[in-house]
Design a protein around this ligand. Sequence first.
Ligand SMILES: *Cc1c(COP(=O)(O)O)cnc(C)c1O
Length: 483
Amino acid sequence: MNYVSTRGAGAGEHHSFSDILLGGLARDGGLYLPAEYPRISQQELARWRGLSYADLAFEILSKFSDDIPAEDLRDLTRRTYTAATYCNVRHGEDASKITPLTTLGEENGAQLSLLELSNGPTLAFKDMAMQLLGNLFEYALAKAGQQLNILGATSGDTGSAAEYAMRGKKGVRVFMLSPHKKMSAFQTAQMFSLQDPNIFNLAVEGVFDDCQDIVKAVSNDHAYKAQQKIGTVNSINWARVVAQVVYYFAGYFAATKSNDERVSFTVPSGNFGNVCAGHIARMMGLPIEKLVVATNENDVLDEFFRTGIYRVRGSAETYHTTSPSMDISKASNFERFVYDLLGRDPSRVTQLFRDVEEKGGFDLAASGDFVRVQQFGFVSGRSSHDDRIATIRDVYARYQTMIDTHTADGVKVAREHLQPGVPMIVLETAQPVKFGETIREALDREAERPAAFEGLEALPQRFEVMPADAQRVKDFIAAHTGL
Ligand SMILES: *Cc1c(COP(=O)(O)O)cnc(C)c1O
């Protein structure tokens, strides 16, 4: 398997899965994608239906990472996808399924269900890929005799998923910046209660943007970055995307009886990483009817899929909503889809994303390319705070099922795209307890909390308060890496 950049640099070179695993963007600023998608045969699809989640993950990942020996990869997937790690099931489900499917009921002739992706250690879907990444990083670093110091900024979900994935991993340290006293008590406790010596929580006296600016400043100091072996785990990481392909297959098998059937997925979306994995599953031949992109008030993606106009937003136009993990102003994985949409033409992709930098966006309706969006199965919708509240109430009243705010955005939009006879699977991206305040507003009761999280806020916390000063952060890192 060879990987190419969406902007075409290094076209004659070979990039393996391991080559791109620890890196971020390609050197031309593009994103990596396989030179071609592996197609799944009917025989393979039939055989995969009976597999455990870990073995399904092995089959799918091995199509994309032929440079990792099969026995090593099987060991990695079996150690990652265990009932012990994905144990936070809520509805009396079977944790050994890893991503259980809960059917809500039939609406407009379509079976509506939730694919539970939030039973991992941080109760959000990012654990699905991040846990694998932790094991892959440890494996790759040991092989290369290297170490990696991950620097990130978080306002919640990504940072905690990264810390829980990397805790105790050999060769890896995590330095995670978060705005001091600005996260919820639950999120703060989740991150700061980690006592692992390779995890460092830096509480920055400022807001999230200050944290991000520090990460940028450190990353732009190339000499420091090289010397301190600084890396990231952001959502453009290819291994994260490909790990997410697995649950589209698992969801399909759970919702159907035979491989002749088609299903649709609705995906609460922000950076387009999750639904990009659905696109790849469909390109591999999984019988997906529609991929429904659900956004909140930050509707960059909904606007594109309705009109063909991609218009990124400034910070004044990026709203803080009650589904905060979807509050984005531009979708960092979107370029991967645009590359496929344009028939894999790197020069046009380069031009379009130059327009994003220079003019704030592009318009594919005018160029006639937009009509092809339908062939890729994409449709979209958006949701507001009032929609979330109404949907959380309705799903609780009708199906006795408590859903979180992001999943509520998904259910709201899914209902606008139901087709009789086509099962609709909404990806459940987080558990309600992470957004307890909005659950109280909607239901006037406390969010359900998995047993392992009782008393979380009372655990001892380990963190370092820092001024919003890049030099102080650099000094702290250097003092703790000894490099
Ligand atoms: C990250 C996140 C999303 C958005 O996923 P993308 O891959 O960025 O589109 C949705 N819901 C929750 C709970 C998340 O943490």
